[in-house]
Design a protein. Structure first.
Length: 199
C-alpha cells in the first residue's frame, strides 16, 4: 500500500515497490518476467500515518508488535499492527498479478487463542463495499468485517513440512488462499532463510 501510484497516496513511498517497479526501476523487460511471488506477513503492519482499516489498537495489536518485533530497523519506531487485511491483499494481488504467495512470520500468531481475518469492508451505514476504495476518505472510514479462526497455541518454529503444522495453522493458511484466490507456496515460521515450509 506504499506504492506511489497504487498505494494510499499521499501516505506512500517515492517509488514503485509493486511488481511494475521490476521493469521501471531495475530495467528488466516485462517480457522476461515469469512467475511472481508476493511476500506477505501473516498479519498486517504499517509504518507511519495513513489509512489502516484492520489496525488493532488494543492488547492484540500490542502482542503482535511484541511477538513480531515490529519496531523500525533504523529508527526503533514501533510499527502499527493489526490482523491480516484480505481486502487489501486481494487488491495487491490484482495490481501485482502474483502467481503465488510467501506467507511470512506465521509463528508470530502462535500465542493467540483466536485469530481474525479482515474479510470485507462496509461503509459506516453498513453498505458493503465491493472493491478496494480508491477514495482515501472512504478508506479511512470503512468498518471491517472479521472472520474468527481458532488459534493453535503451540510452537511451530521448528516445523519444516506442511503436514506437520497444527490443523488450525493449516486452516488459517488455506482460508487465506481461498479468500484471496492465490496459492500460498512458502510459509515462514521463524527468522532465517531456512525457516521456510514449502507447500
Ligand atoms: C520468502 O520470504 C522470506 C522472508 O522474507 C525470504 O527469506 C525467502 O527468501 C522468501 N522466499 C521466496 C521463495 O520468496
Amino acid at each position: 500500500m506504499l506504492d506511489i501510484d497504487f498505494g494510499t497516496y499521499p501516505f506512500v513511498t517515492s517509488s514503485s515497490p509493486s511488481a511494475g517497479g521490476i521493469c521501471t526501476g531495475l530495467g528488466i523487460a516485462p517480457r522476461v518476467l515469469g512467475d511472481l511471488v508476493g511476500v506477505v506477513k501473516a498479519y498486517t503492519t504499517r509504518v507511519g500515518s495513513g489509512p489502516f482499516p484492520t489496525e488493532n489498537l488494543g492488547k492484540e495489536g500490542d502482542l503482535l508488535r511484541l511477538q513480531g518485533q515490529e519496531f523500525g530497523t533504523t529508527t526503533g519506531r514501533p510499527r502499527r499492527c493489526g490482523w491480516l487485511d484480505i481486502v487489501a491483499l486481494k487488491y495487491c494481488c490484482q495490481i501485482n498479478g502474483f502467481s503465488s504467495l510467501n506467507l511470512t512470520k506465521l509463528d508470530v500468531l502462535s500465542d493467540f487463542p483466536a485469530i481474525q481475518l479482515g474479510v470485507a469492508y462496509k461503509t459506516s451505514d453498513g453498505t458493503p463495499i465491493k472493491s478496494f476504495p480508491g477514495d482515501l476518505r472512504l478508506l479511512e472510514q470503512v468498518k471491517v468485517e472479521y472472520e474468527v479462526l481458532p488459534g493453535w497455541n503451540s510452537d511451530i518454529s521448528n516445523v519444516r513440512s506442511y503436514s506437520e503444522l497444527p490443523k488450525a495453522a493449516r486452516q488459517y493458511v488455506e482460508r487465506i488462499e481461498e479468500l484471496v484466490g492465490v496459492p500460498i507456496h512458502y510459509i515462514g515460521v521463524r527468522p532465517g532463510r531456512d525457516a521456510l515450509i514449502y507447500k
